[in-house]
Unconditional design. Structure first.
Length: 173
């Protein structure tokens, strides 16, 4: 049996273009979902890294603050200097923690100069340290309120606060 040319079944060019346009629209939506998920994951990782860095710094700061006999604010709260007695197992003498140019750094010195150990980058708090007045008979406390924003986006910011009691300090009279 002979087939007619007009009987041949197939897809016209217009049908093919319509199918390709619809597939393109669907694929664009799928790609946007994947990109959004990737960005959200990257933001979460950046925020987690910032929080871990601040936590590690606060743990070390807290350890040194509890052993310190004296804490002195540096640069109106941009830093804090600790006097550590000889019996402290991890360090002695002067240790200073400073926020300079958005970086929290630990110096083994009385001041914020020289070579220091960087703990956190992207610090948004210019003056995270304060020493409030101490009531009679109480040990002094160092208040730390540090905000970190490594990317400048609100979604990656993290804020941690802590009150560190200087256990070896002289009680207020």
């Amino acid at each position: 049996m002979k087939r007619l040319v007009s009987d041949e079944r197939g897809v016209t060019l217009i049908e093919m273009l319509v199918a390709m346009v619809l597939a393109g629209i669907v694929m664009t939506g799928v790609v946007n979902i994947f990109i959004s998920g990737t960005r959200a994951g990257a933001d979460a990782n950046t925020r987690l890294d910032a929080q871990q860095g601040v936590r590690m710094a606060l743990d070390r700061l807290e350890y040194e603050g509890r052993c310190a006999t004296i804490a002195t604010l540096v640069s109106s709260g941009a830093g804090v200097a600790f006097s550590l007695p000889a019996w402290c197992s991890h360090a002695n003498g002067q240790v200073t923690w400073c926020v300079t140019d958005g970086t929290l750094t630990r110096y083994i010195a009385n001041g914020c100069t020289g070579d220091g150990e960087v703990f956190v980058r992207g610090v948004a708090s210019d003056t995270p340290f304060s020493l409030p007045a101490t009531a009679s008979g109480d040990l002094p406390q160092l208040l730390v309120d540090i905000s970190v924003n490594p990317t400048g986006q609100a979604s990656t910011s993290a804020t941690l606060t802590d009150a560190i009691t200087l256990r070896n300090a002289t009680r207020a009279s």
